[in-house]
Design a protein around this ligand. Structure first.
Ligand SMILES: [Zn+2]
Length: 159
């Protein structure tokens, strides 16, 4: 049974304030990722603890004591290296990529084209057929150049 649990374990992250880019990318990959750009280590810790999240940080504060939650300390400054390090510890899967809003961490759902006409640029409306919308902040996503760039990046680093 333990093995069963491990295999179905989908990590949730609490990413420290200096790692905003990484947080956005974990969300792009579909991982539930808490992030605030202004937060004290103690607050991050209590959020991670109450919500079963893994803290991902570069703050040495988290190296000083034993903590009651898993801590992944990153040495690398570059996003690419950071993603690879997370992947090493918690193998990242792409199957849920682009199912979560990189801005607010809520899930997205597909939305009929007819509803987005006034919400996206005319060019986008005329050239795209499939749209997703964040259930919380309402942002609309489509298969545009940003998504293509993101996919190319993931490919490049071997995820
Ligand atoms: Zn959102």
């Amino acid at each position: 049974m333990l093995l069963y649990c491990i295999m179905n374990f989908t990590p949730k992250f609490a990413v420290d304030k200096m790692l905003g880019k990484l947080a956005k990318w974990l969300r792009l990959l579909g991982y539930d990722t808490f992030y605030r750009n202004k937060i004290k280590p103690a607050t991050l810790l209590s959020i991670a603890q109450s919500d079963d999240r893994i803290i991902v940080t570069r703050n040495h504060y988290f190296l000083k004591h034993p903590f009651p939650v898993p801590i992944l300390f990153l040495k690398a400054n570059a996003l690419e290296q950071q993603l690879l390090r997370v992947n090493e510890q918690y193998p990242l899967q792409r199957k849920k990529a682009f199912s979560r809003c990189p801005l607010c961490n809520n899930v997205t759902t597909s939305i009929e084209k007819e509803y987005v006409e006034r919400l996206v640029p005319e060019y986008v409306f005329n050239t795209q057929e499939h749209f997703h919308q964040c259930i919380r902040c309402g942002k609309i996503y489509w298969n545009g150049t940003h998504l293509q760039k993101a996919l190319a990046f993931l490919e490049k680093i071997g995820l």
